[in-house]
Ligand binder design. Structure first.
Ligand code: GDP
Length: 297
């Protein structure tokens, strides 16, 4: 289960405080030490942990808290509020263009769940807005990626524009956008190539696609299971492409929590959705407050 270790350790720290009738400053320091370790073990970014602990400790050792009737409760609330803040406070909706089509460009490393998430988004837009999306298969390095998107398209009855794997992806996107204009599709979702790691050639290709398509959304899909690495990947893609948002996948797995808690603060970009399974309806809006509840258990 996601966040299991983190939840357990945070609860241990809170139980330590709850057992005390009166909480002293040194009790708070002990608890914060435990919380710090819990976050680091959950693979949260070091700077995020440092700032988090500093902020919480400062509020928690205030006399209003320590002299109150329920100091432990209040400290738990401070931790909760700070978790919400670190994850971005409120849910951030998808950007929408003033004129059709709204163009969404999906980027990410291989295996992160990019193609699946493209399909999930299409399904969501159809369900919520009766949208008429078109998906463009611009991953020309993996023939299977084109087939995979075509299969998902068939399943959802969403048209997929593809030109096989023998063309420049920029040309494919250009032709796909022309097709969308002709059919008056209101959304275009571009599935781009991934790599095993960030490399210059991939970034250049993605930059060229961005320059041509001028997407309203550039969504980075990252695998939550990779923890700290997911945060680094997000930072790398953001520096090159100036992302508009992140989709965190595989939160149904036993992810430790690091990515969910670090990405917003490290990149300044919101996590907009979370993937919680392989099925095409398993995509949810990312609500920082609900995620904090889930983490606190
Ligand atoms: P891509 O290479 O980034 O396009 O990745 P794919 O879309 O092909 O996904 C890679 C694998 O991850 C596939 O087996 C997907 O079914 C799986 N996957 C994608 N999203 C999720 C998710 O939210 N949860 C789980 N458990 N699996 C996922």
């Amino acid at each position: 289960m996601a966040f299991e270790g983190l939840t357990q350790r945070l609860q241990n720290a809170f139980n330590g405080l709850r057992r005390k009738g009166k909480v002293s400053e040194s009790d708070v320091r002990d608890a914060m030490r435990e919380i710090r370790l819990a976050l680091l073990e959950a693979d949260v970014n070091f700077d995020v942990v440092k700032q988090f602990v500093k902020t919480v400790r400062k509020q928690a050792i205030g006399s209003e808290v320590l002299n109150s009737l329920t100091p432990a409760q209040q400290i738990i609330k401070i931790v909760n509020d700070e978790l919400v803040k670190v994850m971005g406070d409120a849910a951030v909706p998808l950007n929408k263009s003033a004129h059709i089509p709204t163009i969404i460009m999906m980027v990410g490393l291989q295996g992160a769940g990019k193609t699946t998430t493209a399909g999930k988004l299409a399904k969501r837009l159809i369900a919520q807005e009766k949208a008429r999306p078109l998906m463009i298969a611009a991953d020309v390095y993996r023939p299977a990626a084109v087939d995979q998107l075509v299969t998902i398209g068939k399943q959802l009855e969403v048209p997929v524009f593809e030109m096989g794997t023998d063309h420049d992806p920029v040309d494919i996107v250009k032709a796909g956008l022309a097709e969308a204009a002709e059919h008056k599709n209101d959304y275009v979702i571009i599935d781009t190539a991934g790599r095993l790691e960030i490399d210059e050639q991939l970034m250049q290709e993605l930059s060229r696609i961005k320059a041509l398509a001028q997407p309203d959304e550039i969504l980075l899909v990252v695998d939550a299971m990779t923890g700290q690495v997911a945060t680094q990947v997000a930072e790398g893609f953001n520096q090159q492409l100036d992302l508009t948002g992140v989709v965190l996948t595989k939160l149904d797995g036993d992810t430790r929590g690091g990515a969910a808690l670090s990405i917003r603060t490290v990149t300044g970009k919101p996590i907009k959705f979370v993937g919680q399974g392989e099925k095409l309806d398993q995509l949810d809006v990312f609500y920082p407050d609900r995620m904090a509840n889930r983490i606190l258990g």
